[in-house]
Write a protein that binds this ligand. Structure first.
Ligand code: FAD
Length: 293
């Protein structure tokens, strides 16, 4: 492995100074579960690693002005253990429950999962469904970027040189919302998804859909919302038939590719199968009768 200089700044200000000083030769290090592998494989070749682990304020989950704020250095394990997230944002805990192993989840962070921008990132579809805003900080100050503007292609993001993701801000979900993320993979553990489906549903008392959000990963170059399918479900009874039709519409909005792990054709079939299944799981969580039709 190449020789690297490891830095442990104690503040964002010190981190920016180091990044400015070393320019392109420096990279931000969070848990290292993606980056260290890439450094070993020499697909990334920084000379300096700027660790975020000693910077205060990046490891907390807190409510702020009606939004839930997750620090970029919050580990997947902390999300998995959060009762608040499990109850209110089940799709996010679904995403981390089967991410890597406990050892990986203990060090890997949500910020790293988002900033690495791998098409297979398990938190990608959930954060897109949640419509999160990302607080990015650089030497010149702070800016907020909507999640759908952040992902710009496989491995490409809206992060400017020298910027660090500080916080993931989750807007409050409407009252009565239920959600689910399905990771479709060959194995139950230690495997990356072939497809990721996240749904959020807001049913009314008669099981008519007040609002629906459907986000997919590995069904196009970046994770996205199937907005036509969402529009189709809204105002309709939450029956299996409606969700099957919505899945067919979502398929039309998708553009999955054949990769070394599976074919586009297989991904297409699974989009149709898994959207109704994700809706079913989400609705069961509100403990209401499902599938009238
Ligand atoms: C055995 C194993 C199994 C895995 N299984 C899964 C899986 O099932 N699902 C899945 O989605 N992933 C999986 N991964 C990948 C990895 O664990 C996750 O993507 C993880 O969330 C990355 O976070 P990290 O903190 O380790 O990031 P790092 O590796 O430290 O960083 C990743 C990238 O993001 C950048 N970065 C990190 N934090 C910030 C920040 N705050 N601001 C700006 N840039 C930043 C880094 O510079 C780097 O380019 C697995 C990895 C391993 C080794």
């Amino acid at each position: 492995m190449r020789r690297l200089t490891y830095h442990e700044p104690q503040s964002m200000k010190d981190a920016f100074a180091l990044m400015e000083g070393h320019g392109d030769a420096a990279m931000v290090l969070a848990g290292g579960t993606d980056l260290i592998i890439e450094v070993k494989q020499e697909t990334k070749t920084p000379d300096h690693l700027i660790s975020l682990r000693c910077i205060p304020g990046l490891q907390e989950i807190a409510s702020e002005n009606g939004e839930l704020c997750i620090g970029a250095m919050v580990t997947h394990r902390k999300i998995e253990k959060s009762e608040l997230l499990r109850e209110k944002y089940s799709l996010l805990t679904d995403a981390v429950d089967n991410l890597g192993s406990v050892q990986v989840r203990n060090v890997a962070t949500i910020g790293g999962n988002i900033c690495n921008a791998a098409p297979s990132a398990d938190t990608a579809a959930p954060v897109v469904a949640l419509g999160v805003k990302l607080v990015l900080e650089g030497p010149a100050g702070e800016r907020e970027v909507f999640i759908e503007d952040f992902f710009q292609g496989p491995g490409k993001t809206a992060l400017a040189a020298g910027e660090i993701l500080r916080t993931i801000r989750i807007p409050t979900l409407p009252e009565g919302a239920c959600s689910c993320y399905i990771k479709h993979s060959r194995r139950k553990a230690m495997d990356l998804p072939l497809l990721g489906i996240a749904v959020i549903i807001v049913p009314d008392d008669n099981m008519v859909c007040k609002e629906a959000r459907i986000a997919l990963s590995l069904a196009g170059p970046v994770p996205f919302r199937a907005k036509k399918a969402e529009g189709f479900v809204t105002g309709k009874p939450l029956s299996r038939d409606v969700w099957e039709q919505a899945a067919a519409i979502a398929l039309g909005e998708s553009n999955p590719r054949t990769s070394f792990r599976t074919t586009a054709e297989y991904r297409k079939k699974m989009i149709c199968a898994l959207i109704p299944r994700a809706a079913e799981v989400a609705l069961k969580r509100v403990n209401r009768a499902w599938m009238k039709g």
